[in-house]
Design a protein around this ligand. Structure first.
Ligand code: 637
Ligand code: MG
Length: 206
């Protein structure tokens, strides 16, 4: 994937990096990026929220990191969390190739350990936007951890990938039944396939 970006994308042009990855993953080797179909929904929700402080759980190779960071207003920041050093190393290069390194802080380690430290380490008061795309059985745990750490404020938008495939049943049940969230499902398809998948947008009500 990184070679495809270096070969086919233009340095400093995030859209060309996104297109290079999508082309590679559609034609050469599937990978678990949010992809171009769900990516358009991510773009529109992000543009609507226009966050000054955004969090991504599960950087992987940085595809959604680039999608998010390219749409941030000047001065806004994205913190992305990844515990696999090999994936983090690739992501850093892809983020830098897109020229977005000044907007992105990639933190290496498990989300459960890092979330309670984000305030003291990065001076984050709270997040306006959270993209969940890491291990599916961590979505609910980490959402509750974000609540308990006071990192969500009234109006914070959580956007979760893969709520159908592979699926995140407990997380969905929680955000759809809790009076503290206003939740909505955006139907789409699993990246680079015709299978159904979708994103769940949940607004924290405080
Ligand atoms: C607690 C903790 N802390 C920090 N980093 C963490 C972390 N837990 C995981 N990570 C990191 O995040 C990524 C993991 C993403 C997991 N995503 C998926 O499993 C996934 C799978 C599919 C899929 C669908 C149909 C299939 F047939 C096969 C696969 C599609 C997707 O879009 C996915 O996101 C990966 O980079 C991992 O190191
Ligand atoms: Mg995903």
């Amino acid at each position: 994937m990184l070679k495809a970006v270096q070969k086919n994308a233009t340095k400093g042009d995030p859209q060309s990096v996104i297109s290079a990855i999508d082309h590679y993953c559609r034609n050469k080797e599937w990978a678990m990026n949010v992809g171009d179909d769900k990516g358009l929904i991510l773009d529109s929700v992000l543009t609507e929220v226009n966050p000054s402080a955004a969090l991504e759980l599960g950087t992987y190779c940085g595809y959604s990191t680039v999608r998010i960071a390219r749409l941030l207003s000047p001065g806004s920041k994205l913190i992305t969390v990844e515990f696999n050093p090999a994936f983090a190393a690739v992501a850093r290069q892809i983020i830098a190739y897109a020229g977005l390194q000044d907007k992105v802080t990639l933190v290496e380690g498990p989300s459960g350990d890092l979330i309670p430290k984000l305030r003291e380490r990065f001076g984050v008061k709270s997040f306006d936007f959270v993209f969940l795309d890491h291990w599916k059985d961590r979505y609910l745990l980490d959402t509750k951890l974000l609540e308990d750490c006071g990192l969500l404020q009234k109006g914070t938008v959580l956007l979760a990938d893969n709520v159908i495939c592979p699926g995140t049943p407990e997380y969905l049940k929680y955000v759809r039944s809790s009076p503290r969230y206003e939740s909505r499902y955006y139907k789409s398809n699993l990246e680079y396939t015709k299978l159904e998948d979708g994103l769940e947008k949940s607004v924290f009500l405080g």
